[in-house]
Design a binder for this molecule. Structure first.
Ligand code: HAM
Length: 426
């Protein structure tokens, strides 16, 4: 029988890599705490209309990338979440979290998009998402951007550049959109198939085209920035002032429009040229209309999410090596009485804080000692029936030649500490 395989674009994360993920997650948790963000955990499955309403009917995600299905028990339309913002806002509204104060929230976990898999682009991928709800000023936008820079620093990552833009407000975008459609209609014959399709549904996305044949056309199009009113410009300047104060370099990219419809005012992306085609490691912006759109009392909000696989690929490419954790102690034993004594000794050593691998699966002392050595343990604790009867154990240093000693179990933890510390000090 052939063995079963994981679904294309959905990856197993094996121990060496998973330990690197944990290292990354620990760093991320510390970083979020420093900024006062609190954790959230939302379901992986949500009602389909949530995403259609939040992300937009005519976006790539909703049109063709969602894993949607009908619940066979009650006929409900459900979707594996393609992103976290919609779920987070849904949860905040459902539990009235904005009732008394604004909120800084974050979440981490898998997202699902039916995209064509390639390096850095998966069908199940992971995001760390950061959402500030109930804050209107440019200070939160700037703080979230500066947060990114701090995390790259904490991770020791270099070569990640910041691009920002302002998408203005819906009325400003509507006027720009009308003029943009008029311009593109004049040049209809130069639009590719995607462009033709998006002309009346999502013309802004045409500006985001990767098709070099349309570059000139796109460059001559009216830019949204020229349609921004005083308040939008002031907000954008507010963000930029704080970024400059923080000494953070950025590039204004007027073609940065994002693939989700809920954004207004500030949008930003962190990009690197070190990952090939999928170089955006983190992206987000303001979404002041979404809370009301999902049925809540209108409240402003701003957030971003980073792609964990992409950041970890960069982290590894830039020399961060995973270090396999090693036990302090490996307990070897032979004989029935010895087995039971070893079990108790291992638990006793764990009680006082040692990382202990108890040999399981039998075998002679020689073979077990080989395993102890291969595990990278600092010391071995050796127990035979003799030791078991005397409530003793033999302790042997594995990383240096300091012999071995038989001692009472009561003195084992203390001696092990001395040996392990002695070993670490050298
Ligand atoms: P997004 O730009 O769709 O935004 O995704 C954010 C990040 O997730 C991307 O920059 C990328 O690093 C990663 N990502 C997206 N799709 C994939 C994929 N197929 N494979 C691997 N990584 C991927 C959002 O999802 C918004 N919810 C961000 C946000 C939060 N805006 C406001 N709050």
């Amino acid at each position: 029988m052939s063995t079963l395989q994981a679904i294309r674009g959905m990856n197993d994360i094996l121990p060496d890599e998973a330990e690197l993920w944990e290292q990354f997650e620990e760093l991320v948790r510390d970083w979020l705490r420093v900024y006062g963000y609190r954790p959230m955990r939302m379901p992986l499955v949500e009602p389909t209309p949530l995403f259609a309403r939040a992300i937009g009917e005519v976006t790539d995600i909703v049109e063709k990338e969602m894993y949607s299905f009908t619940d066979s028990l009650n006929g409900e339309q459900l979707t594996l979440r393609p992103e976290g913002t919609a779920s987070c806002v849904r949860a905040v509204l459902q539990h009235s979290l904005l009732y008394d104060s604004p909120r800084r929230l974050w979440y981490m976990g898998p997202m699902f998009r039916h995209e064509r898999p390639q390096k850095g682009r998966y069908r199940q991928f992971h995001q760390v998402g950061v959402e500030a709800l109930g804050y209107a000023g440019p200070d939160v936008d700037a703080e979230q951007i500066v947060m990114g820079a701090r995390l790259w620093d904490d991770l020791g990552l270099t070569g990640i550049e910041l691009e920002i833009n302002s998408l203005g407000q819906p009325d400003e975008r509507a006027r720009h959109r009308a003029d943009l459609i008029a311009y593109l209609e004049q040049h209809r014959d130069r639009l590719d198939a995607d462009g033709q399709r998006r002309l009346h549904t999502n013309p802004l996305r045409i500006l985001d085209t990767k098709n070099p044949a349309m570059r000139e056309l796109v460059e001559g199009a009216p830019t949204l920035m020229a349609y921004l009113g005083e308040a939008s410009l002031k907000h954008f300047e507010g963000v930029q002032t704080l970024l400059k104060d923080a000494g953070l370099p950025y590039r204004i990219n007027p073609r940065l429009v994002r693939g989700l419809d809920y954004y207004n005012l500030t949008v930003f992306e962190w990009v690197t040229d070190q990952l090939g085609a999928q170089g955006t490691v983190c992206a987000g912006g303001r979404y002041d209309g979404l809370i009301a759109q999902l049925g809540g009392k209108p409240a402003p909000a701003c957030g971003f999410a980073m792609g964990v696989e992409r950041l970890l690929a960069l982290w590894a490419d830039q020399g961060n090596r995973h270090e396999r954790p090693v036990p302090d102690v490996y307990v070897v034993h032979q004989g029935e009485l010895a087995g039971r004594h070893a079990f108790r000794v291992a638990e006793h050593l764990r009680d006082v804080g040692f990382v202990v691998h108890l040999h399981c699966g039998g075998g002679g002392f020689k073979a077990q000692m080989k395993k102890a050595d291969a595990a990278g343990a600092t010391i071995a604790v050796i127990i035979g029936d003799d030791e078991a009867r005397a409530n003793e154990a033999t302790i042997k240093a594995l990383r240096e030649d300091s012999g071995q000693r038989r001692i009472a179990v009561e003195r084992l933890a203390e001696t092990a500490s001395e040996w392990i510390l002695g070993n670490e000090c050298e």
